[in-house]
Design a protein around this ligand. Structure first.
Ligand SMILES: Cc1cc2nc3c(=O)[nH]c(=O)nc-3n(C[C@H](O)[C@H](O)[C@H](O)COP(=O)(O)OP(=O)(O)OC[C@H]3O[C@@H](n4cnc5c(N)ncnc54)[C@H](O)[C@@H]3O)c2cc1C
Length: 466
């Protein structure tokens, strides 16, 4: 199947993609939006229409319900939606290949906006591959989509706003958790002082964080701070959790363990396209190089939202609108002067909503032991490769992740390095005394997901006119 060329094809239906599609339609562009989920909303507003219809949205908070307005505006804007379609290849110039799991189709765009969001940073600790250990993000997906809440024996370990947000969300939904093992090692007063301007301007977000803490205190949720070296223990599944705090080892029974150490841009697509990427030392991740409208160095390809740089939902929404303005100007639909006039207020919003970012990045910077784990810790669970094997490959002369891949098969499994890529780069960089930018990342090649031959054949049939 091949679809008519659109002015703009947006990949990703989160706040960035939805706002970009609506803004582009307002400017008169024809727009298609491709998302692998059955309904628009992205990570934060996942299943928001369904939750609203089932009367669950209010319990998920006002921020969550903000997504309803975005989704409704998108439905009314006249863009074509390819829901439940996963984009598996994007070519420079604007050809997007996507599959609904049965057949692939080609969707052509004069411009393509990649708005595929963030992924959770890997948390390679001892025992993280045991059944019963999962990420906070995965648990939140279960809660938002089917209303599932953890039982009272489940621990949360990690740092970052999502850990507190999720714990507070569960308490509000009537769930219980065993406790939170807070691994943040940034000290709150000093960090706040260093970013005083941002903390003052971002006071609404600070107040929200304090509100989560108050809710957790009222629900008597145990919170252990200054936690290091979390380990999941058990035979066949997680049964206990162990950690160090204040120099003492402690252990507790656990029916589950939810891990989270912040999010990083999902760069697989932009890397496969061939966009230039830079190492962001503040956010400890790679991100695509763009101008202020999200234009990359590759013809016709733009980027917006958390896959460009972690900024949170409201910043993603603004960056989506800026990218739509950039796309429209590059197509000659609006002048550069008109683009800049319309961009002014949006950029002011970016600055307001992003004011707290420096503080958050500093306070919740991942601990060194998580970026560069000890030898016995599993890094690539698909191929069973430990951190020690990566160091061994470095000692044998491997100078980058792609050589490690050839030597060990690390990153060659079904996830194609999504889970292990950041750890491999950091571990190699530390072993070789190089920077992550010098070491680089896995080379990503399409298809971005495993495809069945039938899915590909449908594309060939369409091209042959059958
Ligand atoms: C697991 C997780 C949970 C989060 N929960 C919260 C939260 O509760 N509160 C909060 O404030 N922030 C949360 N965040 C951060 C928040 O998601 C972002 O700040 C915000 O959603 C970014 O918006 P976005 O439009 O850039 O990306 P997203 O909202 O992530 O949207 C990206 C969309 O792209 C789609 N996509 C990805 N790859 C493809 C592909 N190949 N083909 C087709 N579609 C694709 C995804 O399905 C998704 O719908 C979470 C992040 C993660 C990773």
């Amino acid at each position: 199947m091949s679809d008519r060329p659109f002015d703009l094809v947006v990949i990703g239906g989160g706040p960035a993609g939805l706002a970009a599609a609506s803004q582009a339609r307002q400017l008169g562009l024809s727009v298609a939006l491709v998302d692998e989920q059955p309904a628009p909303g992205g990570q934060i507003y996942r299943a928001v229409e369904r939750a609203e219809a089932e009367g669950r949205a209010t319990a998920l908070g006002e921020d969550y319900r903000h997504g309803l307005g975005l989704v409704r505006a998108f439905h009314e804007c006249g863009a074509t939606l390819f829901a439940s379609h996963q984009a598996w290849q994007v070519e420079p110039g604007g050809r997007v290949f996507a599959t609904d799991g049965k057949a692939s189709r080609l969707i052509e765009g004069r411009r393509v906006l990649v708005a595929v969001g963030a992924i959770e940073r890997p948390v390679p600790i001892r025992g993280w591959t045991l059944p019963g250990v999962m990420s906070v993000g995965a648990a939140q997906i279960l809660h938002k989509t089917i209303g599932l809440v953890p039982d009272a024996g489940v621990w949360i370990a990690g740092s970052g706003p999502l850990t507190l947000h999720f714990a507070a969300e569960i308490v509000a939904a009537g769930g219980r958790i065993a406790g939170i093992l807070d691994t943040a090692h940034g000290r709150l007063p000093e960090t706040a002082l260093r970013h005083l301007g941002g903390v003052v301007r971002g006071w609404r977000y600070v107040a929200r964080g304090l509100g989560y803490l108050a809710r957790l205190r009222m629900a008597d949720v145990r919170r252990v701070s200054g936690v290091e070296n979390v380990e999941a223990l058990g035979e066949g599944r997680v049964e206990r959790v162990r950690w160090r705090s204040g120099g003492q080892w402690q252990e507790a029974p656990a029916s589950g363990l939810l891990l989270h150490e912040g999010v990083v841009p999902n760069t697989h697509m932009t890397m496969a396209i061939g966009c230039a990427h830079d190492w962001d030392e503040a956010q400890k991740c790679f991100r695509p190089r763009t101008d202020r409208f999200g234009m990359t160095d590759v013809e016709a390809i733009l980027v917006a939202g958390d896959c460009g740089s972690i900024g949170g939902a409201r910043v993603a929404e603004c960056r989506g609108r800026l990218a739509a303005l950039g796309a429209a100007a590059s197509l000659g639909v609006i002048s550069a002067a008109e683009r800049d006039r319309l961009a002014g207020p949006v950029e002011a919003e970016v600055s307001a909503h992003g004011a707290l970012r420096g503080f958050l990045d500093d306070l919740y910077a991942p601990a060194a032991e998580l970026c560069v784990p000890p030898d016995d810790v599993m890094v690539c669970r698909c191929e069973g490769i430990t951190a020690g094997r990566i160091r061994e490959a470095a000692s044998l002369g491997c100078r980058g992740p792609n050589q490690v891949k050839s030597f060990t098969r690390c990153g060659m499994g079904p996830c194609q390095g999504r889970m292990c890529g950041p750890t491999v780069t950091a571990t190699l960089a530390a072993a070789l005394g190089m920077t992550p930018q010098e070491v680089g990342a896995f080379r990503i090649r399409p298809p971005l997901k495993p495809l069945r031959l039938g899915e590909l054949a449908a594309l060939a049939d369409a091209e042959a006119g059958e």
